[in-house]
Structure formats: C-alpha cells, structure tokens
Design a protein around this ligand. Sequence first.
Ligand code: GLC
Length: 588
Amino acid sequence: MLIRTEITYIMNKVFFYITIIIAILSSISYNGYSQSNAKDKSDMDRKWWKEAVVYQIYPRSFKDNDGDGIGDLKGIISKLDYIKSLGVDVIWLNPIYSSPNDDNGYDVSDYRNIMKDFGTMEDFDALLKGLHERGIKLVMDLVVNHSSDEHEWFKQSRSSRTNPYREYYHWWNAEQGKPPYRYSLFDVNHDAWRYDSLTNAYYLHYFSRKQPDLNWENPKLRQEVYDIMKFWADKGIDGFRLDAFQYAAKDTTFPGFPKGFEKNFNQYYGMQGNLHGYLQQMNKEVLSKYDVMSVAEGAGNTLDDAHNLVDPERHELNMAYAFDGVGIATPEGYSLLHFKQVFSRWDSAFADKGWLSIFLANHDQARLVSRFGNDSPQFRAVSSKMLTTFIMTMRGTPFYYNGDELGMTNAGFSKIEDYRDVQTLNEYKHQKSIGADMQKYMQRIAFESRDNGRTPFQWNSTENAGFTTGTPWIQVNKNYKTINAAEEEKDPNSILNYFRKIVKLRKDNLVLVYGKYTLLDKQNPDTYSYTRELDGKKLLILLNFRSKAEATHTGINLSTANVLMGNYDHPSKNGTLKPYEAVIYELK
Ligand code: GLC
C-alpha cells in the first residue's frame, strides 16, 4: 500500500514536472512562434501608403483634350475610368504648376497656380474630385530644391543685393572672385554658377540656368514652402513627392571640393547640412497634420542616410526612393547578379524599420522594357510581364510609370531635332563643344534619353495614337498602331490585362506587401528566385531574365505548389523557366 502510495506519489511528481517542462517548452515555442507571428503582425504596422500601388502620370504626354498637342488635366479626367480599371490606388502627378517649361514643369514660376498648357484650378479640383470619387488618391510633385528663374521670388531676388528676397537663393558676389566650382547636371558647361551682371554676382543652379536653387538655410523660405504645402494639403491632396530634395541643404560658405568631385557629386550634394532638421520641421509643421504620404526623390549615399529619412521615430518622411536599382541598366546590358544584390541589400536594410518604394522606371528614364527587358517583337510582351511581376512582388510600395502597362518601348529618335529634353539637348551641345564622338552620343541617347519615356501615351491606332488631334509636342512612337491600349483591351493575355491581374493579386495577398523576402539560388546569373512569407503563407517567385530557357535551383519541390499567376499559358512546374518566364507559386 505504502509502496503503491509512494510510487503514485513519485509518478505524480514526475508527471507534475513533465507537465511543467512541457508547459515551459511549449510556452517557449509558443512564445517563439507567436512572437515571430506577433512580430510579423506588429512589424506590418499597416498603412494605406504601404499597401498602395502608385501609378505615375506624366501629364504632358498622357492625354490632350484641347488639341494643342500637349496633354492636360481635362485629358486625364477623360481617362479616369481607364485609371480606375487598372486597380491602382494612388496617382503621382508630375508637376502641373505654372512654369515656363524649361524642364517640363520642374521649373515652377507659381506654386499655387496651374500651368496654362494643362488647364485651370477648376480642372484640378475636378480631377481631384474624380479621383477621390473612384477611391484613388493623389500625390503631387513638390519641386522646392529650386524654382524657375521666372518665379516672382527670383525676379525680386536678382533685382538688388538688398532686396528682401535676396536670401531666398544662393548668391556669390563677384568681388569675392569666382565661386568654388559646383557641378550642374543640366548646364551646357556643367557650371552651376551663373553670372548675373545686374548685381555683379553669381547664382547657384544645380540643374538648368532657369532653375536657381532655393536657399533652405533661410527660415523664411522654409516657411513659404510649408505654406505652399498646406495650400495643397488643404485642397485635399494625399501626398507629396519631394523632387531632388536630397540636395536642398547646403554649406553656404561654399568650400572648395576636391578636383573631380563631380564624378561622384551625390556624395557632396546629397543629405548635407541640416537636411534632416528641415524635414523634421516640415513634418511637424505640415506632414504630421494631414493623412498624407511623403516620399523624397533620392535617398542619399548610404543605407544609413536612407534609413534616417524614413525611420518612423525620427518623424521625417514615409518612404525612400533610391536610385541604385534603376541605374543598373546600361546600353551594354546589366548583370543580374548585381541587380539581385542591390534589391536584396535594400530589402534587408528595411526589413525591420522604415519603408521603401520599388520601381524600375519613371519620367527620368527610358522605357522599362527597352532598358531592363527585351523589346523585340518576339519577347516584348513576355519580358514586360516578367518585369512587372518583379515590381509587384517585392516588399515596398510599387511605383509604376504610365505606358509601361502597355509595354511601350523607347522611341530611339535618330535626329537631335526630335528631342525635347533640356538635359539631352544641353548635353548634346556640351559634347559637341568638347569635340566628342557625336555618333556615339546619339546612340547613347537613343537608349537612355528621358524623352524615350515621355512620348505620348498610345491609346489607339488612330492618328497620333489617339493622344491629340493637334501636333504632339514630341513625336508619337512609330509602333503605336500595334502597341496601344485599345488593342490590349481586346486581348485577355495582353500586358495591360496582366498588369490589372497582378495589381489585384498584390492587393489580395498581404504577404506580397509585408511578407519577409528571402533570396534563393543566389549565384544564378540568369534567374531571380525569392520567397515572400507572412503568417504561415509562403509564396515563391521565379523570374527568368534571359531569352532562352534557364534552370532554377531553389531546392523547393514544386510538384505540390499552386500556381497563382504566370506569364505563359502553361507555367513551369519543374524549375526550368521558358524565356523571360515569371511564375508566382503558393507553397504548401
Ligand atoms: C528630378 C526630376 C527631374 C527634373 C529634376 C530637376 O530629378 O525627376 O525630372 O528634371 O529633378 O527638377
């Protein structure tokens, strides 16, 4: 009896301890599991601008309503249902403010008015209303690193050395001698100081002569900009894209820079002085008071720079827009290994904190498919879809440029008279002045001039692609009879319909927005494979960047995988991808 009681006692004790151990173990693993899940969930920190797909509209080239050959706001309004049909959530509109158009609106002469070519403030209000009625938000370009030289501030500023607006810009009095060299991106001589005899002084312009840099070190100027931002935010817009803002802060003593600094000018121009302080002030005064998204063009020189811009605890901006990826493509091609490294590095830097945008094209680049894919008739559609799959399956907010959803290609103009872009034209003069090989230059711009991405949107096969009834400000791409929206509407397998489908897929699968990204088959020079995981859901994305079949080596058995989407009728199930194939699988 006693023995039995003792045995029972011991058994109970053992049972008790086993229970405790199991409880502890399971609590550890439960916590571990729930922590990682909770971590996933809390890390998601859901925000509308993280879940959005941004569609960029270049107003000058989107749709002309009044027949003057220039796209306008009424034109965009006439296409609102098309925009809605894409499934995108946010429109980023390139500048529409009053401007003499030296740089297609990036030279603003009145920040509170609409450029005449584009319409009126009533048109703007109607556009905003039309977008909001369709559940689409509007992000505006804010161009405040510089203004136009025709802005009233600059007119005043240059009028005399004692004018109250003098300090709105950067001036260097000529008695001090020539100012230390500063590189200009757009100037014919690449000299960012322009002499003005009126006051015997030089003014600074990092971009064209007609784009003098604003003096952010002047608190009055900063207040002016915040007031402008409030003006638009009060109208109900949903965000700002800060043009060239990484260059806004400057050391106004203008120290000499080492010879040849211009080869890496970003290091000397980007994120200088009190830039973060100004952003924090802008956040406090404007951004924090509205439900608006904010994104700066450029992200400095290091991952730390980019991080500091968007670390939520610092209260600056929402997301970084870094150039490392978009700059990879060259006329000679690009290394996919490098491409994978860059995107993986940026992803891991923002895995825990901060947020990125994902893009491969915009109005400053030639066309997506011509630069990163293959625009030959055989592969244009399939490689466009593959690149779109990449953009829509990475972590970060996708920014997608108008016309890429049709697979529009480079115009590749062969005559300089066909170009319109101030950068391309001034660089042409510069190259000529230094006796460069002009044939080579023409080849280069046919591949990379910004005008390649700015030809009119190809709506249909009627004259001028249905863009205008007048003479377009820049020629329509000759291929508009075959590549246009009307044709693609009819074809369920078109690039356009693929785009709509994948936007929906992203919206239906939070894992594509917030899920952890893991690169697989790292050393494969031809294919890009990665998984996205969130709360037990795991997707695998396989992309072939080559024009022939390529094998992937992910170690994942695809036989039970469920294909969510692919750019071929019969998606690969054995890991060998057809030319430019893209497949998204759900793993069991
Ligand atoms: C930005 C714009 C570009 C413009 C430049 C000067 O880079 O994206 O189009 O030319 O700033 O404003």
